[in-house]
Design a protein around this ligand. Structure first.
Ligand code: PEP
Ligand code: MN
Length: 339
């Protein structure tokens, strides 16, 4: 951390600032030159809040050298993290495809979609049992029954399953029965939930919040990592911008940013980003080309009648075609799509 002092700082104020850091076992090095009074703070400053430092009389500006997300950062963990989900590897050159309906609706629907996405080469089955809907009157998901149906589809296809959790009270059940626990965009900063998920040993897919910066997203991942759970997968799912034509704006540069800053795998959700099925194939190709570690895509056997997100859901035939295209592109961009 580098602190530039105000020009009119008094000797007493300067000494007080130095004492503040020394009391916290940090080293203070003066790097002033001419009229510019600057000190460098050396050591672990992650516990030092900017707001506390700004409250010290004489402080003008603070520049952080170290990122505040120590465990998510590449600094002390340069090699990419690879997460094994029942034999499916996420990260490290693999392009993993998660696919399935937005929500689990009934036995035939989930088993039919599961069989078809498996046939097309998907590695993991998605399906929401607890749905975070804007309206309390909209379909909220089949809840525990949905989880049971998802488990039946796993039994039938042997595809590992991913589903969204919304509250801490379900953690025990999810740890027992789910292969990846999804934290939805709306819960990205539900810190109590994140802390609780930090204490378990289960892969977590952490979606980027609706309007979250990359730093806020990595700090949310840090909550899980700090608790001891090192199996975090990030998911870019589009962010809110002024644009209305698409449901969200897919921030593909976030994939590159995460790759520069973190060792964690990052996948893309083109379905919730675009909100339109017609864009899903091309955005998935773009995600592959930009270096994402995978995608999570909504597929429905009858999108016109889907209880949630039909407009952005691919029909199984289109998903199949997309998988063929992705398999052609993968080797060109140095990625592996396991059969
Ligand atoms: C979902 O994956 O079904 C979902 C609700 O996504 P998000 O949290 O990204 O909106
Ligand atoms: Mn959805």
């Amino acid at each position: 951390m580098i602190i530039r002092m105000k020009q009119n700082i008094t000797k007493k104020e300067y000494e007080n600032i130095v004492k503040y850091f020394k009391d916290r076992d940090l080293e203070v090095k003066d790097a002033s030159s001419g009229d510019v009074i600057v000190v460098g703070i050396i050591g672990d400053t992650t516990k030092t809040m900017d707001s506390d430092v700004y409250a010290l009389p004489g402080v003008d500006t603070i520049t952080r050298i170290q990122v505040p997300y120590k465990k998510a950062s590449k600094t002390f963990h340069p090699e990419p993290t690879v997460i094994d989900v029942c034999g499916v590897k996420i990260g490290g050159g693999n392009f993993t495809v998660m696919a399935g309906p937005c929500s689990v609706e009934n036995h035939d629907q989930i088993v039919s979609v599961a069989n078809s996405v498996k046939q097309s080469g998907a590695h993991i089955l998605r399906g929401g049992a607890y749905k975070p809907r804007t309206s309390p009157y909209a379909f909220q998901g089949l809840e525990l029954e949905g989880l049971d149906l998802l488990m039946e589809a796993r039994e039938e296809t042997r595809l590992p399953i991913i589903t969204e959790i919304q509250s801490e009270d379900l953690i025990e059940r999810f740890v027992k029965d789910v292969d990846i626990i999804q934290v939805g965009a709306r819960n990205m900063q539900n810190f109590h939930l994140l802390k609780a998920l930090g204490k378990i040993d289960k892969p977590i897919l952490l979606k980027r919040g609706l309007s979250s910066t990359i730093e806020e997203w990595l700090m949310a991942a840090e909550y899980i990592l700090a608790g001891g759970n090192d199996k975090v997968i990030l998911c870019e799912r589009g962010i809110r911008t002024f644009e209305k034509y698409t449901r969200n704006t897919l921030d593909l540069s976030a994939v590159l940013a995460v790759k520069e800053l973190s060792h964690l795998p990052v996948i893309v959700d083109p379905s919730h980003a675009a909100g339109k099925w017609s864009m899903v194939e091309d955005l998935s190709k773009a995600a592959l080309a930009v270096g994402a570690d995978g995608i999570i895509v909504e597929v429905h056997n009858n999108p016109e009648c889907a209880l949630c997100d039909g407009a952005q859901s691919l029909k199984p035939e289109r998903f199949d075609n997309m998988m063929k295209q992705l398999k052609l592109i993968a080797p060109i961009v140095g990625k592996k799509i396991e059969e």
